[in-house]
Design a protein around this ligand. Structure first.
Ligand code: 13P
Length: 248
């Protein structure tokens, strides 16, 4: 592992003018000493963000990728297309895609495969709903979600990033406690260890209401290698505070 990784997920937010200001401020605030940092932006803004960020330390990514290579799939964006815009990461299996677009574990695994084949690192999201947690199913849910990706991607699995995002903590202001998050991260780490000798290379990010105030305690946990940040990634000062908390 090379230091922490902090990734912003803008979701469906932004405008040409707002992005310009946000990326400029983030890029200015990053230094050689900062940890690795990236923003995952709506696809229509990739070209803009590529131009704004190309000369600095900030990396960029997409929020989804098609499970198909090319062809008659109206509205979809392929991994090869994303690659043309210098994309380093693609989020796959975000709970909002699973929930609102019916994405299955198998589909998410194929999306990860498409990204890897194009040289893009998939950020595979897993996480339980509140109902699943209360029913005591957290472990089985996250393990099932990750198992599909491991099974489909075989020896390439050491090239992925995993993000544990408890659905009940996303956009709610309810963060998992550092202990709760660490407990799930340890399970995921063990599952990855059983799948590859290179499991230590795989960054395990926590996501769900991570902010400037709680980042340090979450990032201090043994198996938390970074964060996937929604709301707090839309304000440069907040995002930079999280990056500072993650930097040596
Ligand atoms: P929030 O940080 O807004 O809770 O969102 C987390 C998330 O879904 C990142 O992918």
């Amino acid at each position: 592992m090379h230091g922490k990784l902090i990734v912003g997920n803008w979701k469906m937010n932004g405008s040409l003018s707002a992005n310009q200001e946000l990326v400029r401020q983030i890029a200015e605030g990053l230094s050689d000493a900062s940890c690795r940092a990236a923003v995952c932006v709506p696809s229509v803004y990739l070209s803009q963000v590529q131009q704004l960020a190309a000369s600095g330390h900030l990396l960029w990514g997409a929020q989804d990728v098609s499970a198909h290579e090319q062809g008659a799939f109206t509205g979809e964006v392929s991994a090869a297309m994303l690659r043309e815009f210098g994309v380093r990461f693609a989020i796959v299996g975000h709970s909002e895609r699973r929930q609102y677009h019916g994405e299955t574990d198998a589909l998410v695994a194929t999306k990860a495969q498409r990204a890897l084949a194009a040289g893009i690192t998939p950020i595979v999201c897993v996480g339980e709903t509140l109902q699943e947690r209360e029913a005591g199913h957290t472990e089985s849910v996250v393990k099932r979600q990750l198992a599909a990706v491991i099974q489909t991607n075989g020896h390439c699995i050491s090239e992925i990033v995993v993000a544990y995002e408890p659905v009940w903590a996303i956009g709610t202001g309810k963060t998992a406690s550092p202990e709760q998050a660490q407990q799930v991260h340890a399970l995921l780490r063990a599952q990855l260890k059983a799948a590859t000798e290179q499991s230590q290379r795989i960054p395990l990010l926590y996501g769900g209401s991570m902010n400037a105030a709680n980042a340090a305690s979450l990032l201090a946990q043994n198996d938390i290698d970074g964060g996937l940040i929604g709301g707090a990634s839309l304000k440069a000062a907040d995002f930079l505070s999280i990056i500072a908390a993650a930097s040596p």
